[in-house]
Ligand binder design. Structure first.
Ligand code: DGL
Length: 262
């Protein structure tokens, strides 16, 4: 049976995961759902996040996906169990994948307020690497600013400086980008951070986990047409999503507006 990956996020963030998957695995059938009607997730209550996850995963299942990739750390942190219950197919998340990539003893985690409050990253990293110091920083301003589409605005730069400051003051050696929107800010972060601080993109760990399903990267041909096998769907504002996605994907994708309620 051909694999169909179902990815979801609140908005454009999960495209950073999709891009990593396409970079490593080439032409893969994917259905991507950006729940733009409800972005951001990160300021919502655990109950809301869990009921959103159920609805989104149910919709992906109705589309016939064979594996769900939670391209959203916030739902991974708070709703992994209900997503698995709903999916009926294997579910892959970012938090375990990122934790497995940690090598340093002092690690910072940038994430949404809901993810930080859940303690999911701390628990996962400490379980895999006992004795590691984990410093978590909630970044509530990032997602709303990123979803506005201007990654070079002064407000975003100031927010990056503000959120990185406590991590640098504690001399972290690596920083987990614990929200799938944040890899979009990696170039800005690199300008501010000391060179020896490593940025960890959880999506890279996910792409390696997918080798078991999709085969090793060399077995696939990378092609500019990879995106043609992907169906991109949103719950609001397809045009705006398309504008924001284009620079990141390297072309203007076709985007469908969908309703989740069956
Ligand atoms: N990109 C998502 C995450 O990884 C959700 C961010 C949000 O909507 O607040 O956490």
């Amino acid at each position: 049976m051909t694999s169909v990956l179902g990815l979801f996020d609140s908005g454009v963030g999960g495209l950073t995961v999709l891009r990593r998957i396409l970079e490593r695995h080439g032409a893969v059938r994917c259905i991507y759902l950006g729940d733009t009607a409800r972005v951001p997730y990160g300021c919502r209550s655990p109950e809301e996040i869990r009921s959103i996850a159920v609805e989104v995963v149910r919709w992906l299942r109705q589309q016939g996906v064979t594996t769900v990739v939670m391209a959203c750390n916030t739902t991974n942190a708070l709703a992994r169990d209900v997503a698995e219950g709903q999916a009926g197919v294997p579910v892959i998340g970012l938090i375990g994948a990122a934790s497995a990539m940690v090598r340093e003893r002092r690690v910072g985690v940038l994430a949404t307020a809901a993810t930080v409050a859940s303690g999911a990253y701390r628990t996962s990293i400490e379980a895999l690497h006992p004795g590691t110091q984990v410093l978590e920083q909630a970044c509530p301003d990032f997602v709303p600013l990123i979803e506005r589409g201007d990654l070079h605005c002064d407000q975003l730069r100031r927010a990056v400086e503000t959120y990185l400051e406590p991590l640098m003051a504690n001399s972290v050696q690596s920083i987990v980008l614990g929200c799938s929107h944040y890899p979009l800010l990696a170039p800005l972060m690199r300008q501010i951070l000391p060179e020896d601080v490593r940025l960890i993109d959880p999506a890279l760990g996910v792409t390696h986990q997918l080798d078991a399903l999709l085969g090793p990267p060399s077995a696939r041909k990378q092609s500019a047409d990879c995106l043609k096998l992907c169906r991109l769907c949103v719950t609001a504002d397809p045009e705006g999503f398309c504008d924001r996605a284009a620079p990141w994907l390297g072309e203007r994708p076709r985007v469908e507006l969908v309703q989740l309620q069956s």
